[in-house]
Design a protein around this ligand. Structure first.
Ligand code: IMP
Ligand code: MG
Length: 167
């Protein structure tokens, strides 16, 4: 396992993303929707840097199993519990790889007529993803490498690491 992004750099980046969100959502009450399991640490750190009123919900998708390659076959394992209609929604992802999961989530949320919909991703494999929309807030753009730590797993392990590592 090779060190890739250290804890202090992640911290700085999370603060920077939160600052932008605080500016952009001033006077609003957005709902942060974390996509489980990977985003749980990122979202919990991010939310503590947010100083506008906000709500939180989670959704759980499955597509990878224990493989490193996306199967493209997405299932909903936990549905949303919040009302999306008329609300400012912020989807929070740990990492965007093929883009299939975020595309799926985005379509799902858009069907419910949110007032606005933005996406925050800590990591973005820009050259791998095939997206026809923007990722509004990106922490780090990375190459096509499999990374673990800070919530990201391989076969459910390594989520507890404080930094991010290339496997
Ligand atoms: P996508 O649908 O291919 O964009 O994959 C998104 C999901 O796959 C992420 O939310 C992660 O849970 C997982 N994933 C993608 N790339 C990695 C990686 O490099 N390390 C760990 N998990 C990953
Ligand atoms: Mg994930």
């Amino acid at each position: 396992m090779k060190p890739f992004i250290r804890e202090s750099s992640i911290k700085d980046k999370v603060k920077e993303l939160a600052q932008r969100l605080n500016r952009d959502y001033e006077g609003k009450t957005p709902i942060f929707i974390g996509i489980l399991n990977g985003s749980f640490i990122f979202l919990s750190d991010l939310i503590r840097e947010i100083n506008v009123d906000c709500e939180i919900d989670f959704m759980k998708l499955s597509s990878y199993g224990d493989n490193q390659i996306s199967s493209g076959n997405i299932k909903i394992l936990k549905e949303l519990n919040c009302q999306i209609e008329g609300r400012d929604i912020i989807l929070v992802e740990d990492i965007i790889d093929s883009g299939l999961s975020i595309k799926y989530m985005r379509t799902l949320v858009e069907k419910e007529n949110p007032k606005s919909l933005k996406i925050v991703a800590l990591l973005f494999k820009k050259n791998v993803s095939n997206l026809d929309f923007e990722i509004d807030y990106v922490g780090f753009e990375i190459e096509n490498e499999f990374v673990v730590g800070y919530g990201l797993d391989h076969a459910q392990k390594y989520r507890n690491l404080k930094g991010i590592y290339v496997l």
